[in-house]
Write a protein of this length. Sequence first.
Length: 475
Amino acid sequence: MLEKVFKLKENGTNVKTEIIAGLTTFMTMAYIIALNPNLLTGFGANGKDLWNGVFMATCIASAIGMFVMAFAANKPFAMAPGMGLNSFFAVVTANIMSITGMTYVASFQAALVIVLIEGIIFVVLSVLNVREKIVDAIPLGVRLGIAPAIGMMLMNIGLGSNAGIYSETGGPFYAMGSFFAALTPGLAKEQMGTGYASMVLTVVTMFIGLFVIVILAQKGVKAAVILGMLVASVVYWAGQAIFLNTNPFAGLKDASFVPPFADMANTTLFKFNFAGFAEIGWFTVITLVVTFCIIDMFDTIGTLVGTASRAGMLDKDGKMPKMKEALLADAVGTVVGSATGTSTVTTFIESASGVEAGGRTGLTALVTGIIFLACMFIAPIAAIIPAAATSAALIYVGVLMVSGLKNINFDDICQTVPVALMLIAMPISGSIGHAIGIGLIAYTVIKIFTGKAKDVSVLTYVLSLIFLIKFFLVA
């Protein structure tokens, strides 16, 4: 049955490998289950009911998006409410409060209408192949540079912003910025106060996990990533108990394993506030919809192209088979997300960890989606996976993706400059879409002023212009 649906042998994989890959992907992105409702509700400041509603929506919308990815596209890519887009959604909600005077919940429900419009637009554009044509319009050199740039972004997340430490002196403090960037260990300790011990444990755990993954991978162990994360998790839990004198499983004692369906029904499920939406103003609405569309479209395109490139799923022209269906998956996920109560659903760069674990078909996405649904019942267990273990996997996968630079023709300045800009822009901006935009603009400008304007397609000119407008007029 599974062989017939997912064509496992044809894709050089098997059920065991796909299950391990799906579990690996889940473990690297499990943080979104709690972080998304935290970001969208002000860390619970706007009511526990709303938090629970967004939590349920995160699990459901992500799972449905992955099911579409699995069965329609047969690709191993996972989906969830996009980081950056959820923060933007929270800012939009706060602005709607300011404009209309409504409560946060009512403003949140008005903002969901914007996400619904975006999702419907994307469904239509995906069905009409417009989004696939946009992918084809991205020059090959820029496309080849997406995977290495994502690799830099993953390493930046792993080392720079994934495992944050708080203490009485403030926070969050991060490994690269607050630990390695300090002039001396003494200075780092002074800055972090009692959080320094947690930071040391985080850094040690991170590198132990990374080295275990590398060693196992070199020995040909297909489950290297997930085993490395498990070893890192055990090290972290032991460190908490022995050196920090804290119980790593204390949160499970009073945890509830009953899905809060009632809270979702009361706050977010089909709770579109069309009346509040109408009060925002049409110019503001159009600007917001366009902004959401641009960011989501190129984040998804970048993730799909970059991860598919690493997995060897691109043809000789740098195109991915069934791109249309893969793009449709995030569009459907976004529509479902708006109906259940969360921000834009997009393809996650953490999918690269599952691909590296051997995932090659939709069975990987299906497994990850099923676990996301199960998290409605077992969220407290998913929450105990330490961020340091996730960081180890992200750093490893990031290193592997950077190796894609070998495909770049460094003798061609039209490739070198856009790729170099993307390599630095993606980790700094935290946006795949914005980095691609910078790469497109650089490519177009260089071609024009080196007498090769005819090499640039009309759609590439249009995309470059759209990004210029986005950056300087509606940013």
